[in-house]
Design a protein around this ligand. Sequence first.
Ligand code: PRT
Ligand code: ZN
Length: 300
Amino acid sequence: MDSSEQRIRIAVQNSGRLTDHSRDLLERCGLKLTQSKNQLFCYGENMPIDLLLVRDDDIPGLVSDDVCDLGIVGLNVVEEKRLAFENDGRKALFKQVCELDFGHCRLSLAAPEGEEFHGPESLVNKRIATSYVELLKKYLKKKNVAAEIVYFSGAVEIAPQLGIADYICDLVSTGSTLTANGLAEVDVLLESEAVIIQTKAPLNVAKQALIDRILQRLDGVLQVRESKYIMLHAPRAALAEIRALLPGSEAPTVIPLEGVPDKVAIHAVCTETVFWETLENLKAAGASSLLVLPVEKMLA
Ligand code: PRT
Ligand code: ZN
């Protein structure tokens, strides 16, 4: 078998909002990368995994066509392309396998501030500027509203000022771009974050095993992000109360303390953020010698 057949190819955004997070995530999974001179390819030095660096809009197509085995891309792009494929009478041959908890945003409708919005019926016969034609069409169809869609490939938010559209439908994260352009969000079409998609083309056993391994590592990396290892001493009598206060911890380890029969040491991995308030509550419940440590790697 050709050795290139055994290498996994992952499509990643070349230069944009998802690029650094995507590469950082893969590097945290243990992948060491060298970038080619033409900047379009990253070679995995220590694992048979390479990256193809492309525009985010091309990622679903590359995965569907089996040019890449996996892709890291926003759900907004995945859903838009899936609908576009279906409209063309083609089936999207990719499946979503993992949510990555970065690149959070939402696809929203926005109107000039002060414009009254009484639900989707306010859109009847209005012009809506967007780059997300398919997702907007689906929304309008679901709401049974006839409106005109004006395609914009970028800078959608200036369309109302130019008199080209009455509303816009665009991605929003903090909302400051909308505010700066005198627009206000009126409805949300889709909540999005970066996801991993995998080709539906059959993979040989070795390739699938490698993908499963990388997905398992990714899962560990994602879990570890918020996780902390917490150690404390507690009165035996307060054990139940203290266990209930440990955020996202299923089975803490309880260790007897030499020469102190009424106290125990508790060690736990907390998979949710440990706030100062949590520590203060634990202390109020009788805990002492509290230590919170970062977790570097986790394999369930
Ligand atoms: O060149 P290429 O085609 O690869 O990149 P691109 O310009 O199409 O995409 P890019 O890099 O801007 O975004 C990539 C992905 O990041 C998107 O598909 C989303 O999944 C995700 N993402 C997360 C965002 C935002 N947040 C975001 N805020 N994508 C775009 N924006 C834009 C939005 O379009 C608007 O212009 O930021 C502005 C609004 O931001 P706020 O914070 O002011 O609300
Ligand atoms: Zn794009």
